[in-house]
Structure formats: structure tokens, C-alpha cells
Write a new protein. Sequence first.
Length: 264
Amino acid sequence: MTLRIYDLEQSRHQGMPHVPANAPGFYYALHRRHELPWPEARTPAAGVMVTTEHAGTHIDALCHQSESLMLHGGVKVDTTIQTSAGFTRLGAETIAPIVRPGILIDVAGFRGTTRLPPRTMISASDLQEVASRQQTPVHEGDVVLVRTGYGSAWDEPSTYYEAAGIGRDGSQWLADAGVHTVGADNGTWDVPGTVDPQMSVTLPGHIILLVRSGVYILEHLNLEELAIDRVYEFEFICLPLKIRGATGSPVRPIALLRAKAGDH
């Protein structure tokens, strides 16, 4: 048996796409350099990194969104919960390591396109159809990753900003299925800037999943290699950082596929 590892993180660099609300995005610079004179042959180098929790590949903590100032589990947002140093409940440090069965629902691939048309709203029926065609039923406790194809545009910010996303009913279908975590190769899971007519909010999936259902959301994933190899079922591993009180955490998720030697 061989083990294939798929790295699902996008590269982090200055100028990478980020949602405007998450400015400044990401910045890295050296503040200590290899240079002479130095008292010995060994020289050190080190850098400083400035980023927001939601820049680059990351996971949303349950305190990230509220509905009428209520967090998941009926936690009311007040000054004891939301402080200048972060949240005292449901912060990123409370997200346990995720080691679960994973499923890729490759919507773009099953429509025969590199990426979906800009700002396409992926419906529950879309997700159901692709999962059925892939023969990958969604089970309670699964991690479900949805591919729009926009992960391939990571180095083309103007294209990436127009990514497709999952509609309200798609998020509700996954929540009803009892999944543990969802993720997509876009910046917001939902389609940003669109007000859902039923809920009268933007980003309805964030309320349905994070607030009402306690389902974590991964964003800015790279799902291209999985799609190329048509890997739709795998073992999913993700280790959020224990950033106390944070609304999210950078992550480097991976998909593991066990296959017989010689298999592609």
C-alpha cells in the first residue's frame, strides 16, 4: 500500500487574493538578515509576518459570525464574550484537530469546465447531483469540500474575486446532513454581496453553518490536484492553531489517499 498526500493549502504571499474586509491580507519581510560582520561563522535570518486570521487558507471559528448577536449554542454576544483581546467563548483554540472522512464534490469538473461562470450560485440540487454521479454519498460527520475551479486562479486576483459560491439551500442541505466541516476553493464559501431573499442577509451559509449548526467553514482551499486525479473520497486532516479568542485560524489541510502500489 502507498500513501498519497494532497496539500490543500494555497501559497501565502504579499498580493494574494483576500476579501476586502480582511485587509491588509498578508505581509512578510525579513528583519534579520545573513550578513557580516558577525562574531562567528553561523549567521541568523528571521522575518516578521502580519496577517489576519481569514487571509489565505483558513478555518472559521464559531465566534466568527452571529445572528441577532447570538453565537452558536445560544451564546449572547456581550462584553464578557467579545473583548478587545478576542472572544472568551468559541474561539479558534476550541477547534479540535480534524481527522475525518473527506469528500470532494467537484461541481466544476462534472460540468466539464475549468471553472464555473463568475458568481455562480451552487444549489443543493447541484451538490446532490454531483455527489450521486461520483457515487460519494454525504454522511454525518464528514468533511465536504466543494470545487468551483477558482482555486486555479489564485495568482489572478481579479478573476478569483469573481468566484462561484454555495447558495443558501446548498448550505442547508449540508447542515441537515450533519457534516462536521465544509470548505471551498473560494474566499467566502457563499457568493459575496448577494442578499438572500429568504433570510434577508448576505453570506447566509455562514449563519446556517457556523451559528445555527456548529459546522466549521474552510476557505481559500486548493482542490486542483484532487480534481485532476479524480480523488473524491479521502482521509482529511486539518490542525487549526490554538490562537486564543481568535475568529479563525490559518491552516494547512491535507487529504490522504491510501492506494495499492502502482495505482494512479
